[in-house]
Design a protein around this ligand. Sequence first.
Ligand code: PMP
Ligand code: GLN
Length: 412
Amino acid sequence: LAAADGSTRPTIFAEMSALAARTGAANLGQGFPDEDGPEWIREAAIAAIRDGGNQYPPGRGAAELRAAIAEHQRRRYGIELDAEREVLVTAGATEALTAAILALAGPGDEVLTLEPFYDSHAAAIALAGARHVTVPLVPTVEGFRLDLEALRRAVSPRTRVILVNTPHNPTGTVLTGDELSAIAAAAERVDAVVVTDEVYEHLTFDGARHLPIATLPGMRERTLTVSSAGKTFSLTGWKIGWATGPARLVEAVLTVKQFLTYSGGAPFQPAIARALTEGDADVAALQTVLDARRELLIHGLHDAGFATVRPEGTYFVCADASPFIDGERADASPPINGERADGSPFTSAEVRNGADFARWLTEHAGVACIPLSAFCREGSATAEALANWVRFTFVKDETTIRTAIERLGELR
Ligand code: PMP
Ligand code: GLN
């Protein structure tokens, strides 16, 4: 199965991580932490395995985890949920998002996302056979901001779903109340469902506050909120995610989910239930550590000659690699001699864009990153505008980040 728009190709994250492993590059590409999450949470999963929590959990998820998710939404955001009917545990946020799109959209429907977008969002839309319509996030001095005029133009009577992501991967944008209100108004105008990917809900900086769109007036009834434990507790491999919202939307996701995985992650579910209930201090500690690494990486990138947009959330920073592109570094040392994804070679004068640059940087300068083109539709205006941009993650240990900065420093 190959979607015509290329969205179901092998993921860029796997490709760049493999390249980083093969070349010994400092991997600031794929977003997963070097350090595992809190030991007490891991011990809780080990205890669950010892205590016999190893068979299929209920399809909707363990009752204690559903209760903990409902309580988390109430305590953090004032969202009241019926843990029986309005909470569904999934195999990571990825399953919740893909199942939601498959359930809610099909041929003839349009699904709107921001652009750049997380890669699985586009693939899910392609698998559903729906049409992908995008609204640009534009780099400004205030960060990457939503183009409100483009949003107004993009919605149509065929818009079934508006897929939001805040805090946003890859830009680090935390959508403001005004931006979310504009999205809410657009959804109401054409009676669309909002699916919101909030996996970075607890990773915000500079006093930015994550605002769930479900809390806006009138939005609870049309919003399906998706999140996961992976980022919040540095346990990305456990793949415990969830979808919450009105029973009819949760039921729609369950209809698809039961035939994707039915259920999963039995011993991890009670551990995450405890993490959500008792883990606030660990989340705050992670935020503090990440904040310091964000500063470190941003300064390193600036010193190496990149322009960046300061992220208010997530663990990514986007950088404009233009100074290193289009032959401007033709006489640079080390000389640029790279290989494209299709195996064809290129030299300094031929680093045409961020995708070339990311591969070259990984192989020859020992630092892996992800080109923003991987988060854009091929040939779109946003893809053009961000052609020379790449994303670095700061969720790696300090030594890895310092090594990367040292290597980037040698580019000058
Ligand atoms: N959404 C976004 C925006 C992401 O960055 C990621 C990747 N970490 C996911 C969803 C996937 O989350 P999970 O690992 O819980 O499936
Ligand atoms: N979400 C992670 C990132 O953006 C990658 C997860 C994955 O590899 N699917 O880097």
